[in-house]
Design a protein around this ligand. Structure first.
Ligand SMILES: [Zn+2]
Length: 272
């Protein structure tokens, strides 16, 4: 399942494909969205906002398209419509290029000012690292709020009211880099650990976005790539590395279940 950085990269691709030119072709699969075709034709895409794992296309006609891909949705970008076994749900063309959305079940069309009222947007009110680019001090200030102090970090890091777009692999990587045991709460952390947490929430999200999901040390990842390691084997510090030696202390990385999702950590680097 894609996490925030993957969704943000997809949003960049939508922006690149449609550019700043007028929409010349538009198609909605769902009947109730058909009236939107007329409204959007000839308008221009202003920008693509991401809200965690959802995306919102804002147009200069004052309307927006909201979509959530869940598990199946997929965007494709091409000068022609490719053959696909998937069902086309949304087609936009401008600039001679198509942005095509397949299989997504949730698509809404609405006036831009109503976007904050979408239940998904309301429920995903966490810190938006990728769009807002907070400083470490700002993130530290944010995570120091009383409401975040008593929940275990393994649960808190998956909560979209805490940090937007944080998902399962990012959770393991942030905790590993900050050297924090997954059962700890923010309230239990020393000032130094709290700062490390803020630092790696920012850093890991942004690195994953800028380096196609690679959260590992970039020099190490590059070396492993050159030695023909698979992408999934060189991209992480801890995630997906059960029983492999920790890159810092050589202790075997452990895999546990937390909040029904797998979590990887080093019991020596991340002491309870
Ligand atoms: Zn270790």
């Amino acid at each position: 399942m894609p996490e925030g950085p993957e969704i943000r990269r997809e949003a960049d691709q939508i922006q690149d494909a449609l550019g700043e030119s007028a929409i010349t072709e538009i198609f909605f699969k769902f009947d109730h969205l058909k009236p939107a075709e007329k409204i959007l034709k000839g308008s221009k895409l202003l920008f693509v906002q991401t809200v965690g794992k959802g995306f919102i296309l804002h147009f200069d006609c004052g309307y927006s398209i909201y979509g959530h891909n869940q598990l199946y949705g997929k965007w494709m970008f091409a000068p022609n419509i490719p053959e696909s076994g998937r069902e086309l749900r949304l087609k936009l063309k401008s600039n001679g290029k198509y942005a095509l959305l397949y299989s997504a079940s949730e698509i809404q069309f609405l006036p831009t000012e109503e976007v904050p009222e979408i239940p998904f947007v309301k429920n995903n009110s966490g810190l938006d690292v990728l769009n807002a680019r907070p400083s470490i001090e700002e993130t530290l200030h944010y995570i120091s709020q009383k409401k975040f102090q008593n929940k275990s970090l393994s649960a808190l890091l998956l909560d979209q009211k805490f940090v937007l777009g944080m998902g399962n692999y990012l959770r393991s990587e942030v905790l590993f880099l900050a050297k924090i045991h997954p059962d700890k709460t923010i309230g239990e952390l020393s000032a130094q650990k709290k700062k490390a947490l803020a630092k790696y929430i920012n850093l890991v999200m942004i690195q994953a976005y800028e380096h196609k999901g690679v959260t590992n040390d970039l020099a190490r990842a590059e070396k492993m790539k050159n030695r023909k390691f698979f992408f999934e084997d060189y991209r992480f510090w801890a995630f997906n590395r059960e029983n492999a030696p920790c890159y810092i202390c050589q202790t075997s990385i452990k895999r546990i279940e937390k909040n029904a999702r797998r979590l990887y950590f080093c019991s020596k680097c991340q002491r309870k």
